[in-house]
Design a protein around this ligand. Structure first.
Ligand SMILES: Cc1cc2nc3c(=O)[nH]c(=O)nc-3n(C[C@H](O)[C@H](O)[C@H](O)COP(=O)(O)O)c2cc1C
Length: 170
């Protein structure tokens, strides 16, 4: 598969097989995350990988789709210990985490796994369940697992609507 084919294959999976993910596949997801770029190469990301059924259930209960996400092979809590802001004014934590998570999502797609970003979760409950310290930001969760549905065609804006050249022309 070319990179663009993998990008086309990725979609937000909302139905998972109740099936564990092999350790080698998990390792390759985090190899993909590890190689992601980060501001000043700080790599201030930390990933808590939940495989235990009971803990997954508890974490999934804090999200908008508990019955879906508890079945995923793993739920990843993507955390940042950086509160740095770049000169442009943007926080580096969420940006670095987003890149690393999308590396994970694309590597998962390549391996025949499916993913879903989860921003709809209760931070404080997840913090307690996973024992994440107060000074660590829980930026996002991601469900990863074997899909029980089939990929959907994404609805997306055409290039002409989102790109202009040289000057702002929207
Ligand atoms: C930052 C972010 C947060 C998201 N949070 C959720 C979520 O909490 N629950 C959910 O079901 N999907 C969530 N999604 C998935 C989006 O709804 C999905 O990416 C979008 O509808 C496009 O569909 P696609 O991923 O299948 O291409 C999130 C996606 C992103 C990028």
């Amino acid at each position: 598969m070319t990179l663009l084919e993998v990008i086309r294959k990725r979609y937000s999976c909302r139905s998972y097989q109740d099936r564990p993910i092999e350790q080698e596949k998990l390792d390759s997801l985090f190899e993909a995350a590890r190689l992601a770029p980060s501001a000043k190469n700080t790599q201030d990301w930390r990933f808590v990988v939940v495989t235990d059924k009971a803990t997954k259930h508890q974490v999934a209960e804090t999200t908008n789709r508990p019955q879906v996400f508890e079945k995923a092979g793993v739920i990843i809590a993507a955390c940042s210990n950086s509160d740095d802001v770049m000169r442009c004014g943007q926080a580096i934590g969420p940006i670095d985490i987003a890149i690393a998570l999308e590396h994970i999502a694309l590597q998962a797609a390549e391996l025949g796994l499916a993913t879903c970003w989860i921003g709809s979760f209760c931070t404080e409950k997840v913090r307690t369940i996973l024992g994440i310290p107060d000074d660590i930001a829980i930026i996002e969760l991601m469900a990863v697992g074997y899909p029980a549905d089939s990929p959907k065609q994404p609805s997306r804006e055409p290039i002409e609507k989102i790109v202009c050249y040289e000057k702002w022309q929207f």
